[in-house]
Design a protein around this ligand. Sequence first.
Ligand code: 13P
Ligand code: SF4
Length: 329
Amino acid sequence: MEFSQEVRKATDPIYKKISKVMPEIEWLVHAPYIHKINKLKKEKNAVILAHNYQTPEIYHGVADFSADSLALAVEASKTSAKIIVMAGVHFMAETAKLMNPNKKVLLPDMKAGCSLSSSITGKDVRLLKKKYPGVPVVSYVNTSADVKAETDVCCTSANAVKIVKSLGTKKVIFLPDDYLAKYVASQTDVEIISWKGICIVHDQFNENEIINIRKNNPGIKIIAHPECPPEVIKASDFAGSTSGMINYVKNNQPKKVMMVTECSMSDNIQVENPNVEFIKPCNLCPHMKKITLPKILECLENETGEIVMDKETINKARLSVEKMVAIGR
Ligand code: 13P
Ligand code: SF4
């Protein structure tokens, strides 16, 4: 694809914004795709929802709305567009479909999964419910629709503690993220029955890394996602969802910060926080990184990667997400 004068004119304002995090040579490759995708979006009345872990050319170039998983679910329920393209992973696209079943929801790469989501099935949840009769099930939104269909109420990292407390029970089955379950247990008096799922990205961080970064960067603020191991969260200054972390940086404007999470987050928000220095020992999510501009273009052009679910699953699973949305952040 060619970097024509038309492309330059249309995309220059975007490049001005992100030039600090993207060399021009890379931009020359991305810009023609960005221009074509943005034109096609209008023609087809489509909207692109992007998770905060998407790369800067997607986050700043083509996304109509970028956010954490909770806000993406809410936005999906509100959009009037005909087509929703989810620049994120499979469970996010499924959640968008649950929230807006009459819309066409497309995922640019069907293999964009999640280690948490693939760690548990609907059948596993049915077995757990048999083992612990009457104990409510709280499922992380990082699960398949089959798991959500067996769930009382969903949660995300932005509201997990609030959701568990809202049930008012002594015991809760909380799945599938074992670390997030431990985090919730540390913030409540509720007995948590957890599952041994982990996020392959956040599990790679360790306490020594955090201690060393702090030693070598006096005054640094270290902020972590609650999917990190408990000792990493303990060694950090703040824990919160991806949007919670972004807001922490925006509101506190630390001189130096390390975001203990997926790599693209720092690049994406560096753009809006030019005075903050980001220290970036981070890890890439191989699933999130499956989404690229050429794949978004192909999926929008040919309307491929459609999320299809049976009505019964949609109706059952939607209830658990709607309950979560009603409780809020
Ligand atoms: P958030 O809900 O915080 O955006 O996190 C989603 C996710 O997949 C983190 O790994
Ligand atoms: Fe799943 Fe972890 Fe990737 Fe988030 S970062 S999508 S939890 S594997």
